[in-house]
Design a protein around this ligand. Structure first.
Ligand SMILES: Cc1cc2nc3c(=O)[nH]c(=O)nc-3n(C[C@H](O)[C@H](O)[C@H](O)COP(=O)(O)O)c2cc1C
Length: 350
């Protein structure tokens, strides 16, 4: 049986993992030396892009648990029943000989920084290699592709803008995006779940206009006038273009199974923690990867095929997991909060 302090530590680490729109798509339970993650059944009905982001988020929480467990000397064995997508993820704490992972200290510091401008200096080749080396404990499947010169960065920024623009021009994507933003908490406070507007990095003068954009008839009218491209550029391509680094985490193998998506989420989190350890600010951009996913999509086939084609050219022979911009910036004044870890535990076990 794990003692209560260790259990609390593991849950706290999991809760502070990044998650798409700050939604926690699983619950936990403990049984002896086993921790189970119970995926939210809503995943099975989610559109392809949400499905992707939800599994990546669970993978990130899983990695935080593994990293936090190492500090207690615990090594994890992870298993799940492959026949059912919604099967629990079982984490057995089997040994007491694990070496502490140096990324553990960064779990609480890691956050999404959406400030418009990141400063340099750029990382040296050795520093970039050190970020990639942080992925090594997960095997040799993961690569970082850097888009740091004008020629390579331009087409990636175009792709980011194109994907983001769909969120302002497609009714279903628009609804899904704005449903995740907690306008009810105002522009100063944080929120335990969902995205507090103050964490979005929107300039004070633009906040009123952004709030209005949540109304679909207005967003649709702007999209008909072609203005969604400018809005999307501000949200993605512009900050990506100006950052010291723009980077794609990619997998050598296809990301089709739930297990592969969980591993991708773990790799994403290790990269993010390693960047935090170096003092870097980081922001992921998920839309370009998530909207290219096969499955039930709000996008029509032609729009999705364009994203897929663009990815084939940008990272040939690899499968994109997530786009990140990196640089240096002051931490945001408000970051997304979390529910109490105990609120996510089944059967009041803590
Ligand atoms: C799978 C995934 C996709 C995400 N996509 C985006 C994104 O496209 N843009 C963005 O600004 N943040 C994105 N985020 C960051 C989340 O919004 C963020 O992790 C969450 O709100 C919690 O905030 P924190 O990272 O500051 O703890 C993503 C996170 C995950 C795990």
């Amino acid at each position: 049986m794990l003692d209560a302090a260790v259990r609390r530590d593991l849950l706290e680490a999991a809760v502070w993992a990044p998650s798409a729109e700050n939604r926690h798509a699983f619950r936990y339970s403990f049984e002896g030396m086993q921790l189970r993650l119970h995926p939210d059944p809503a995943i099975a009905q989610a559109s392809a892009d949400q499905h992707y982001a939800m599994w990546l988020s669970i993978g990130a929480a899983l990695e935080n648990i593994v990293v936090a467990a190492s500090v207690h000397g615990l090594r994890c064995e992870i298993a799940r029943d492959r026949l059912s997508e919604l099967a629990d993820i079982r984490i057995d704490f089997v040994h007491r000989d694990a070496a502490p992972d140096e990324l553990a200290a960064c779990i609480g510091q890691r956050h999404t920084n959406r400030r418009l401008f990141y400063r340099g200096p750029r990382l040296s080749a050795d520093e970039r290699a050190a970020l990639e080396a942080a992925l090594a404990p997960l095997g040799g499947n993961w690569r970082l592709h850097w888009f740091d010169d004008d020629e390579t960065r331009k087409p990636l920024c175009r792709l980011l803008r194109e994907a983001e623009a769909h969120r302002y021009a497609n009714a279903e994507l628009h609804r899904a995006m704005f449903a995740g933003i907690r306008f009810d908490v105002g522009w100063r406070r944080s929120a335990e779940e969902g995205l507090p507007p103050a964490a979005l990095g929107i300039e004070p003068g633009m906040r009123g206009a952004f709030s209005l954009l949540r109304h679909w008839p207005l967003a649709r009218a702007l999209a008909r006038a072609g203005l969604h491209h400018a809005i999307a550029a501000r949200a993605s391509a512009f900050p990506a273009r100006r950052a010291p680094h723009l980077c794609v985490l990619a997998s050598r193998t296809a990301l089709e199974s739930v297990d592969a998506l969980l591993r991708a989420g773990r790799a994403m989190e290790r990269l993010w923690l390693a960047a935090t350890r170096r003092g870097l600010a980081a922001q992921p951009f998920a839309a370009a990867v998530a909207l290219a996913r096969a499955g039930r999509s709000a996008l029509d086939d032609a729009a999705r095929a364009r994203l897929v084609r663009a990815w084939r050219e940008l990272v040939p022979d690899a499968h994109p997991v997530m786009v990140f911009r990196f640089g240096y910036a002051a931490p945001p004044a408000v970051r997304a909060g979390r529910p109490r870890a105990s609120a996510l535990v089944y059967r009041h076990q803590i």
